[in-house]
Structure formats: C-alpha cells, structure tokens
Design a protein around this ligand. Structure first.
Ligand SMILES: Nc1ncnc2c1ncn2[C@@H]1O[C@H](COP(=O)(O)OP(=O)(O)OP(=O)(O)O)[C@@H](O)[C@H]1O
Ligand SMILES: [Mg+2]
Length: 509
C-alpha cells in the first residue's frame, strides 16, 4: 500500500469463457502523470480498465485508491471514487445538446436552468481547452467533438483518475496532437490520466510511463528514459519484424468503370452544402484513395454513395446503372460492401450475436428459405468467415458488444469482404487496429483488389493511402481538390492539396 499513489491495482485477474483476459496484472498511477497502456488487439487493455470503472468484477486482485483498499460493486462506486472512463464507443444521447449530455444525471434534487448549465459547461470547456458548443445537439457534432463532450462529462463530475480507451482511434493527426497537449494540461497535481493505445509513437510523444500488455499479462512498466519503439514492439508481440510490409500481390491493369460520380452534391445535417460538385470514377480492380482532413466531406461522400444520404444534384452510376438516391438496401443488394466510420451502430448491431451480425445483410436473400431464416447456412458461413479472416473469439454466441475493438473491426471487414463485392466503400478501415492487424487488413484490401473489386478507401493516414491506392483524390471543403496517380503522388503533394487551393498540375479524372 502506497499513500502517494493515486491508484494501485495489484494482481488483477479476469477470466471470460475460454479466455484469461487479465492474468495477475499490476498497475499504478501517480498524481500528475499520463500512464499509457499499450498492447495488441485482445491483449486485455479494455478489460483491465473496465474493472477499474466497476463494469467487470475481477476474479482476483485488489484495488487501492489513494492508499485505501476499495471494492467496486458497480460503475456507480467507481464514479464515486472519482474515476471516469471514456469508452471506445461513446455513450452519449444524440438528441440532447452537448451541455445536457455533460450534466446528465448530476443534478438530482434541484433544477438548474438551461442558461446556467450552458454557462458552466462553456467555462469548463474553456478552462480545459476542450472547445465545444454547449447548445449543439450531439448528432450535429463530429466524432472529435463528441469525444470532448465525453471528457467534459467526466471533468464535470470531478474525475481525478481519467481513463481514455484508444482516444485517438477516431481522431485526425491534428486533433490527436491537440488532445495530448490538453491531456498534459489536465494531468495536474491532483489528477492522473490513463490512456489505452496501440500506437507506439503516441507513447513516445505523450506518456510519462507505459505498461505493456501481451495476452493478458503485463510484460513491463517503463519510464520515459527506457522508451523505444523497437523495445515496445518486442514487448507487445515478441518479434521485431512487424514494421516491414511486402506487397507481393500482382497488379493487373484496372478494368471497366465500376463506380462513377458526376457533379455530385449533398448537404450535411445543418443543411449546408458539404459535397460540392464531386466527380471521379473507380475501375474494376482499382483502389481509389480519398485523402483529406476529417470533416471535409468524407462521411458525406461514403453515405451518399451507399444511399444513406440524399444526393441533391448530379448522379452516381454503378456498373453503368444509375443508382442515384436508391435506398441503402437496394444499393447493398447491388453488390456493394460498406465499412462505415462508426462500426457499432451503422456497421454492426451491438446487442446481436456474431451469427446474426454476419447474417444482417443477407436476411432477405442469401440466408432466407421461404419465410424462414436458414440458420444452418448462416452458422457454417460464420464459421468460414471467422476462419478465413482469422478472428479469434471466446464465444461466438455472445453479443458482439463484448468483442474487443480490434475484433469488432475485423468482423465488420470480414462480413463486407466475404462476398467479393463489386464495390467496397471502406471508411477508416484500420481505425483502432494494432500494427499486426493493420497489415492483415491491408493484405485483405489488396487481395480484394486483385479479385476485381473496385475499392473506395477513405483514410486520414497518408502512409496508408500512398501504400494502397492506385489513384488518390484529395478532399478539401467538399470538393475533390485534385487527383494524383500513384506514381506522381507523394506526401508533400497530398498535404498541399489537403490544406490549400487547387492546382499542382496533376489534376485529371
Ligand atoms: N465480456 C466479455 N466476454 C467474453 N470475452 C470477452 C469479454 N470482454 C473481453 N473479452 C475477451 O477478452 C480478451 C481481451 O479483450 P479486451 O477488450 O480487453 O482487449 P483489448 O486489449 O482492449 O483489445 P483492442 O485493442 O482490440 O480493443 C479478448 O479476447 C476479448 O474477446
Ligand atoms: Mg479495447
């Protein structure tokens, strides 16, 4: 027992059916520090922190808060102990305003008036550099803004131990830098911050200490002076070769036009023009990468193509057929795969089990037998997919909401790719994945390409875009600011188009 520690977790053990998720883990947090938890998908990071936030009960081990042994019977006890966690998937209410979400559940016995609440939230936001408009409804906010609302919610409740589960998985590089500089400010003398990540460079940039998990075990806790990417990688995966990527898949010249957009326009939720006059095409067996800073129309572009958003002007053709403003299910039936930005919600149904999530897109056709569902077929298909895409799960009949972030993403990709669609719209496909998983997703995308799928790859990771794309379109304020061929593209040219006015002389379509 150590009085000067904010938190001490000792010998924490947690079992799930078939898996030892946490195996006698020790973890401490000093006041004022940022302590990161690093590990591959499924290594037990979220589990450990869910124990700290009272969501899971440990099978063994003890927790001390400021030297006092504490047992959490529920999340409420953890909140009382001034622990606050921002989860991988946000838990906010869409129809409430930012301010309402932040104060929700804190003023039981008296009613605060709306202006007071908004003022309080505004001040709190300002003090912590977490800019957000208190009156905006949640659904109007970007993912980065929603995250700020989640953090403010915890600060509003006086959190002293702040836990963020992969906060940068949903952020642009710029937003991530802002977040870390804010976190450094927030980690004052009376507050400690735990950040879950599998990005090695984030540890180097922003951590005071790091604990590395592998297969449920703590491999080491390191101080800044011992930080090195190679060392982290070795502790995480036990091998060093994870940085290399070899592209040994044959490149066929792209074939006929699969997707064609002509002068497409669309509005955002606020009725503002968010896609202005977009034209490009993708050929069979081609990866068309869309680069750009998030919020420049990426989401609207994917949604308009897949029928989730109305196209207000212009037209979209798939294999020569006009699909403009067809319903999402009509478009899906035309052999289109979609890996959306928000996996839980648009992509997967959290309360359903894995089999039903796999069946989700085929209820009407591949898995129906008359008016009944063909469970047998769905069952064997699920087995095939899990096998082929190497998804290891404790219990396939549990709800997908229990899967680790990385496994969720793999499941979604697997479902969308398993039918070899004519067109695959992949929005931030590697978000939340560890280095090993990223490589396997990239390999899958390249294989799909060789199988003739036309792929629209939306990503904020320029290295990823450059590595995979045959052509690159750069989105800037709702327009395609330029299209570069792979052989003419480099980081600098893309970055210029991302931030500035058109014309580097490479524009075609
Ligand atoms: N409620 C649960 N029921 C059954 N198995 C679970 C449950 N929660 C987690 N697991 C399993 O425990 C292991 C650790 O999962 P955890 O979510 O802690 O991983 P993680 O390190 O956060 O991974 P990621 O980086 O993918 O988010 C995984 O194999 C996961 O499938
Ligand atoms: Mg996790």
């Amino acid at each position: 027992m150590n009085q000067t520690l904010l938190l001490e977790m000792k010998q924490i053990t947690k079992r799930f059916p078939g898996i030892l998720a946490n195996d006698r883990i020790n973890f401490t947090l000093h006041p004022g520090e940022i302590h990161m938890l690093l590990g591959e998908n499924g290594s037990g990071k979220s589990t450990l922190m869910n124990i700290l936030s009272g969501i899971y009960k440990p099978d063994g081990g003890e927790i001390f808060i400021k030297g006092r042994k504490t047992i959490f019977k529920s999340p409420r006890d953890s909140i009382k102990a001034r622990i606050g966690m921002v989860h991988q998937h946000f838990k906010l209410i869409d129809t409430f305003s930012a301010a309402e979400n932040i104060v929700l559940g804190t003023h039981k016995n008296f009613k605060l008036n709306k202006n007071d609440i908004e003022k309080k939230v505004y001040d709190l936001a300002k003090e912590n550099g977490l800019e957000v408009s208190p009156r905006a409804k949640l659904w109007q906010l970007s993912v980065g803004e929603k995250q700020r609302v989640e953090i403010l919610k915890l600060l509003y409740r006086g959190a002293e131990i702040l836990v963020l589960d992969e906060p940068t998985a949903v952020l642009t590089p710029g937003e991530s830098r802002d977040l870390f500089s804010n976190l450094k400010k927030m980690a004052r003398e009376d507050r400690g911050i735990i950040v879950i990540t599998h990005k090695l460079h984030e540890v180097i940039e922003a951590a005071d200490r790091v604990t590395v998990l592998r297969s449920g075990k703590s491999m080491a806790t390191l101080e800044q002076k011992d930080f090195s990417q190679e060392y982290f990688a070795r502790l995480m995966v036990g091998r060093k070769d994870i940085f290399s990527f070899s592209e040994n898949i044959t490149l066929e010249p792209p074939g006929e036009k699969i997707l064609e957009l002509n002068n497409v326009q669309a509005l955002n939720e606020n009725g503002r023009l968010s896609l202005k006059d977009i034209s490009f095409n993708i050929r069979k067996g081609e990866i068309f990468g869309v680069a750009g800073i998030a919020g420049n129309g990426q989401r609207e572009l994917a949604e308009t193509i897949t029928g989730l958003r109305k196209c207000t002007s212009g037209n979209i053709h798939l294999k020569g057929e006009n699909i403009t403003n067809m319903s999402p299910s009509e478009i899906n039936a035309k052999d289109v795969g979609h890996v959306p930005e928000d996996r839980v919600g648009t992509g997967l149904v959290p309360g359903l089990d894995i089999i039903n999530n796999i069946m989700l897109k085929g209820y009407k056709n591949s898995f129906s037998r008359g008016i009944f569902l063909n469970y047998k077929k769905a069952f064997s298909k699920t087995g095939e997919i899990l096998n082929e895409f190497d998804i290891k799960l404790g219990d396939p009949s549990g709800p997908v909401s229990l899967l680790s972030g990385g496994n969720l993403q793999r499941l979604l990709l697997a479902r969308e790719m398993s039918s070899n669609p004519a067109l695959l719209v992949a929005v931030y496909p590697i978000r939340g994945l560890d280095v090993g998983a990223i490589e396997s997703v990239h390999r899958l995308l390249l294989e799909q390409r060789s199988n003739g799928t036309a792929i629209l790859l939306i990503s904020e990771d320029l290295e990823e875009i450059l590595k995979l794309s045959d052509r690159i379109g750069v989105l800037y304020e709702g327009t395609i600011n330029g299209i570069l061929e792979k052989q003419n593209a480099d980081l600098e040219k893309i970055a210029l188009l991302m931030t500035r006015v058109k014309n580097t002389g490479e524009i075609n379509s």
